[in-house]
Ligand binder design. Structure first.
Ligand code: AMP
Ligand code: MG
Length: 298
């Protein structure tokens, strides 16, 4: 089993250290897992973790002070959907929300780029997942610059400077959120190119998985190198003390789920969540209500 010390060290190893330059392919192995964890351990640990997370979630909701925003980013077939399904499985649906961001609509393009994400932020007491997030504005939009053209920016913003500006804007945006009680978690599910190919082939070979595959996925795969470069820039500019990036090894699905679950668990735990204390007035009102109920005629 994993001790608390192991857990701390392990979680630390996933973080992109703020202010330090990392190399995605040298420093982060998509196939990594610690020697002391087996698949069986992982299933059990995740199960136990989920039960405890349900308790945290109940307190988060009752306390109504913090919200948790989880940004999930990855290349196709890295396991975003499965991770959401597994990690959130034991939680109360009433306190959770998932938004998946696709190609922006005409209405969305008529606004500033953060508008659609801002509208989808979780309210206090809730856990909100962004399945793809505002980081796509620095990823797909950077890899395919025609997408930037569609954003109808003033001409002076359609230059290379726009990326540096967006790094700063997003860091400031996240700082603002954290200052206002929205905890921001950011995960990159780090799948290898070889494993993606295996998963694509499985999506093609298994009829019940066909719906998950679009021919565009193969076209995007051709831009793998550009995406990795864009991701690396994102990590090196937007992993901050207030909202660090976690890079999750994603070649083993069971390990991805455990690692994401562990970070969420640890984050919720560190908030020191408590049920609101009942005021004397409320306590008296409860006693009164009890008396009324007990004295009701049958
Ligand atoms: P999927 O997540 O597989 O359903 O695909 C969603 C698609 O929407 C992907 O091809 C993304 O690259 C694309 N997408 C997501 N966000 C943006 C964005 N801000 N601008 C352009 N395309 C996007
Ligand atoms: Mg897709």
């Amino acid at each position: 089993m994993v001790s608390k010390i192991d857990r701390q060290a392990f979680l630390q190893s996933l973080i992109v250290p703020p202010g330090k330059e990392i190399s995605l392919h040298k420093d982060y192995d998509p196939g990594f897992k610690p020697d002391y964890i087996t698949k069986e351990d992982a299933t059990l640990l995740l199960q136990q973790g989920i039960e405890k997370m349900a308790e945290f979630q109940d307190k988060l909701y009752a306390q109504d002070t913090y919200a948790l925003l989880i940004n999930l980013q990855a290349m196709d077939a890295a396991g975003k959907d499965g991770t959401i399904r597994h990690v959130m499985s034991g939680l109360n649906p009433q306190g959770c929300q998932v938004f998946s961001f696709k190609v922006p609509s005409a209405e969305e393009l008529d606004h500033d780029y953060l508008w659609r994400y801002y509208k989808a932020l979780p309210e206090r007491g809730r856990i909100g997942i962004f399945n793809r997030s505002y980081y796509e504005e620095l990823l797909v939009v950077r890899v395919h610059q025609n997408l930037l053209e569609r954003q109808k920016l003033p001409p002076e913003d359609r230059t290379k400077k726009v990326w540096q500006r967006r790094f700063e804007e997003i860091n400031n945006f996240e700082k603002y959120l954290v200052n206002n009680g929205v905890i921001v978690l950011k995960f990159f599910l780090n799948v290898s190119k070889g494993e993606q190919k295996k998963r694509f082939l499985e999506r093609i070979d298994r009829p019940e998985k066909n719906w998950k595959f679009s021919e565009n996925d193969v076209k995007e795969r051709a831009f793998w190198g550009d995406y990795m470069k864009a991701y690396e820039e994102v990590f090196n500019h937007t992993s901050t003390e207030w909202a660090p990036w976690y890079i999750i090894p994603a070649d083993r699905k069971w390990f991805t789920r455990l690692a994401v679950g562990a970070v969420i668990y640890h984050t919720l735990e560190s908030l020191g969540l408590k049920y609101p204390t009942v005021t004397e007035e409320h306590h008296q009102a409860l006693l009164k209500a009890k008396e009324i109920l007990e004295n009701e005629p049958d």
